[in-house]
Write a protein that binds this ligand. Sequence first.
Ligand SMILES: [Zn+2]
Length: 302
Amino acid sequence: MEDNERVQKFGAKQTERMQWFSERYDDIANGVLAPGGRIYLGDKTNRQCRYCGKTRPAVKFQKVAHAFPEQLGNKTLLDHLECDTCNEHFSTMLEDDFAKWTMPLRSPVQGSEHYSPLSSILRPLITTQTNELVVMALLVTVTVEGVLHLEFPHLRARPPSLLEQIASAKKLVRRLKNVEDTFRTRINNALDNMARLRTSDKLKDLRKHGVISKQMIDAWQSLRNASTHATIDPKVFNNERLWHDGYTVAMMLHLILFTAIGYSGRYMDFSVTGWPEKEFLTPTLDSVNAETSTNVEAASPT
Ligand SMILES: [Zn+2]
């Protein structure tokens, strides 16, 4: 099948699904689920279960039925038209598993449950199919950048002399006559970039301190480039390589976070086949003998 044809078929299928939903369901405005009042669906005096179609006395309507799972934050929208039998069925057969499955994904929005935001990045990486994996690759590599930016602002700081030179160059640009504004902006941007700390520099620094390995930086680089520039071609997809790089970068992210929070102790190394258990020792990042630190490099396979 041609790609175009496949896309069209998929689009048609989606449209069909959306129609099915819009015929059977009403949209609920976002604000409706704010804590406070309760909203009941259906007629309380004339109850017929919307799922099994049964009425009293064949089924009972004594339990509080949530229109969609309570675990997802629904305390507001309740259903008069769900019998106790169906309610029981959904909660034992579906909702518990569903809640567990979506647990890491829900963590950033549900403050009451203490799942780390990191798990929301890692979980999809482990559970997704190939296509989503490309998206996850982008997410996990960008997360590395974000964490480095937040937790390690001073790694590989630019020398003051360079910053001074950049500042005087910018002054010079301001004084230039007969140039267009766009030209001025572009030069200024280029100068700002020179002053900015690059993620790869920070990663190299962390490697020097023995936090991460060269293999991890390479995996990050290839994943980052491929996913940002969309050069992963589905036709020649090296799935195994992508998985491995994904795990390796996720592992690197763990080690960086261990360093950020000062964790020392056991961990499982997902970047090595068989996931061996290892010992992590948080390095002192400003120590002079940084090169002697051997958390990862020595133990990693080539
Ligand atoms: Zn029912």
